[in-house]
Every structure is written in C-alpha cells, then in structure tokens.
Design a protein around this ligand. Structure first.
Ligand code: SAJ
Length: 413
C-alpha cells in the first residue's frame, strides 16, 4: 500500500512521517520546492518536538519521499490550509482554494479503488465539494455522491485534532472521527487509521465529522473568551485574575481556562468563523467569543501605552511573538499583532524577543526592528510585556523583573 500526503506542513509532515514509520510507503507532495528538498535531505522546515528524528529515520529507510508533483497511490490524504478570505472581508468567508488545487492535482493520477481523505479542518459541506471537484476532473470514474458504497473512488473526512507541540504523541493517541461519504468509505479509512492510531476510530457522516472538528475548537474559543472577559473585568475591579481563577477552579465542577493576550494559531482563531459563516443568525455566542478574543490584543496595547506613559524614554521588551508557548508558529499570533501595533504607533523603543525563531517576520524586519536576546531586553527595557509563556521566560530569574514595570498577559510572573 502507498499513501500520498498532499501538503507537508504542520499536520501533513508529521502524519506522513508517522505513517511511514509504520513501514508503509509514503509519498509526500508539496508545492513548495524548498520544503520538498529539505525533507528529502532528512530535515524539517517546521518546529515540532522530535519530528526531525522521525523524518530523518523514515527518509533514510526510503519509506518517506517528497515531491512537488502528485504520483499514483492507494490513498491520498489532503492536509492543506483552509484559511478565511482576509482581504477586507468582514464576513470571514472560508477560502477553499487550497483544497480545490489539491483536488486538481490528484485527479489526473486517481485510479479505481483509491481512497481520498480530507484531513484539513473544513466548513460543513467541504468533503462533498472535494468529491465534486474530483468528479468534474475525472468523469470516467464514479464517486460516492452518485454511487454510494459502489463508487470507484472512496472519499472521507477525518479531521486532524493534534495539538501543536505534542503532535507526534497526539497523532497516535487521540481518538479519530471518521466521516465517510458512504459506509464503504468509512470502512476503508478506518482500516488505514488503525495502522497508526492507538486511539479509537469512531465512524460518522462526513458532515458530522466536519462539524465535530469545528465544535471542538469553538468550545475552546468560547471558554478562552470567558477567561479573557474575566481578565478585563478583574482589571477594572482591581482583582488578580490568576488568583481568582485558581480559587474558582477549586470548585469540583468549574474549570476556567487561562486568559492571555488573545487567541492565535491557524485553528481556534479561524474555525469558529466557519460555523458563523454557515449560520450567521444562529451562531450568536460563537461569534461573540471570537469578537472578545480578537479584541484582547487591542486591550493589551492600551495597557502598554498607559504603562509607558510613566517614562520619558520608554523602552518596551516584548517577550514572545509565537501564538503560544514553545513553538515557532507566528500564524494569527496576537503577540505578533501587538508588537506590530506598538512599532506602528512609534511612541517607544521596542525590543522583540522570540527564542524560537532566527529572524523576524517581514512585517517587523521591514521597519528596521531586529530580534533582541532575552538578557539584553531585560537589561535595557523599563517596561516588560510577557506575551508568550515560553519555557525560557518562565525559567528567568524573577529578580530581573523587580525594578521594571511588568505587564504579564500570561500570568507567569
Ligand atoms: N489559549 C489561551 N488560554 C488557554 C488556552 C489557549 O489564551 O487557556 C490560547 C493560546 O495561547 C493560543 C490559542 O489559545 O493563542 C490556541 O491554542 P491552543 O493550545 O488552545 O490550541 P491550538 O490552536 O494549538 O490547537 C487546537 C487544538 N484544539 C483543541 O484543543 C480543541 C488541537 O487539538 C487542534 O488539533 C488544533 O487546534 C487544530 O489543528 O485545529
């Protein structure tokens, strides 16, 4: 059996590597030539604990090979991004163009008996759309929307659910929701996942699987919004929100999440919008949670401006740019947005610290800003803003903060 993974990013590459480590031949496909070359050299282009070791091993044994062009395989797993349309689009409508491109890419090499799995988090109805794109490119084959269990090509949605930073472990241990477009589709997909997943594989429809994934991330978003709202309320009432949450969580049925500078990443800050886009009238709380979490970075910027006001020459050390602790991922990062906003406002000298990257993203480097080491930043700054709870920051000697004004959005100090 040969499995082809389309999209070798934060989900696709670990998935390809784990499947290959089970002795299955894997062809990884990505449109980015540099990523393909890096992988074929046994290296990785993303930060994820232990992934380098697994990739090196499966590339060395020849079980994983990367290429820029689709090749015939038994199973195609699509793990491409599903962002929303950014440009001046207040409705956050989903951008399915990467899935459509993936469909066009694999269609020419599809053969009778193949299974196509959509792993990308997707709005309800996307798996049917994917099957539709495949069908229009290959009218010579039959698909489950017309032929059900008897179709030549099987199609299923099995949403990824792994936590960045713990991907290798969660890929294997998490339960999987398998949403086939017919029961034969689910059966074939289950057989594949059972080869590398220790968790349970639970079968449902493609639409329910799509909604299940969106629901998981919306649940988290709504709960973080509750914590973020509490943090703003506590500021006003002069209560330490961290102590408050610790106390409330002593109740056996209360489990409040952590407030922060906002919600980032490609998942939780995006997926709830897919529900809002499908049901704008009905998804009231889900939308409100998004708005609360999206507003938090502005609130933090205002806190910083007020703190800097005390100093004639404010120097602000911003600790962390990633969207959460101990990763290099800056996608939809509230920390990055806050630093961009501070630089843009130009009222202070900004020092950006991010131990997990080697150079600043274009949005900051073009302003002339450079990465500062943690020690330099702590020495020079009079205002310190903790934006990410990276392990390096948590391990810092607390006395270094003693003489500074500290805004700790993560509650590590
Ligand atoms: N955050 C808080 N407070 C918290 C928890 C998180 O402010 O108490 C913030 C983080 O700092 C970060 C954002 O929320 O900015 C999201 O981080 P996260 O760790 O909650 O989740 P992700 O985006 O890394 O991964 C999520 C996971 N989903 C759930 O936990 C329900 C993961 O299992 C999914 O596979 C992933 O989204 C995805 O790919 O959809």
């Amino acid at each position: 059996q040969t499995v082809s993974v389309i999209g070798l990013g934060y989900i696709g590459l670990p998935t390809a590597a784990v499947i290959a480590s089970r002795g299955i031949d894997v062809i990884g496909v990505d449109v980015v030539k540099e990523a393909v070359e890096t992988i074929n050299a046994g290296k990785i282009h993303i930060v994820e604990p232990d992934l380098d070791i697994v990739v090196r091993s499966v590339v060395t044994t020849g079980k994983l090979r990367a290429t820029t062009q689709a090749e015939p395989a038994d199973v195609f797993m699509v793990a491409v991004p599903t962002p929303f349309k950014q440009a001046a689009d207040a409705n956050h409508s989903p951008d399915l163009s990467y899935i459509e491109s993936a469909a066009k890419m694999i269609a020419p090499v599809l053969a009778k008996g193949n299974l196509v799995i959509l792993e990308s988090t997707s709005p309800v109805g996307t798996t049917e759309k994917l099957a539709g794109w495949l069908k229009s490119a290959r009218p010579d084959l039959s698909f489950p929307q017309d032929k059900g269990d008897l179709a030549d090509i099987k199609v299923a949605h099995c949403p990824e659910r792994v936590l960045p930073g713990h991907v290798l472990q969660e890929l294997v241990s998490n339960d999987r929701v398998i949403g086939g477009m017919s029961s034969a589709c689910s059966q074939l997909a289950t057989q594949l996942y059972q080869k590398f997943v220790r968790g349970e594989c639970i079968v449902t429809s493609a639409r329910t699987a799509e909604m299940a994934k969106l629901t998981e991330n919306s649940f988290r978003d709504v709960n973080i919004a509750f914590a973020n709202e509490l943090s703003v309320i506590c500021d006003k009432l002069k209560i330490n929100v961290w102590e408050l949450i610790r106390l409330a969580n002593r109740h056996p049925r209360v489990n409040i999440l952590n407030p922060g500078p906002g919600v980032g990443g490609h998942c939780i800050a995006v997926d709830p919008w897919f529900i809002v886009d499908s049901c704008p009238e009905e998804a009231k709380m889900i939308k409100q949670a998004r708005l609360i979490n999206d507003d938090k970075p502005h609130y933090v910027v205002n806190q910083i401006i007020r703190a800097a006001d005390e100093f004639k020459r404010p120097v602000i050390a911003c600790l962390g740019l990633a969207f959460k602790a101990d990763i290099d991922d800056l996608r939809e990062s509230p920390a990055l947005n806050i630093v961009e906003d501070l630089v843009d406002k130009g009222f202070a000298e900004i020092l950006a610290v991010e131990p997990n990257i080697k150079k600043l993203p274009e949005s900051l480097s073009k302003t002339g800003l450079q990465l500062t080491s943690l020690d330099d930043a702590l020495d020079k700054a009079n205002v310190i803003v903790v934006l990410v709870d990276h392990k390096q920051f948590k391990a810092t000697d607390r006395t270094k903060f003693a003489t500074k004004v500290v805004i700790d959005t993560r509650g590590i100090i």
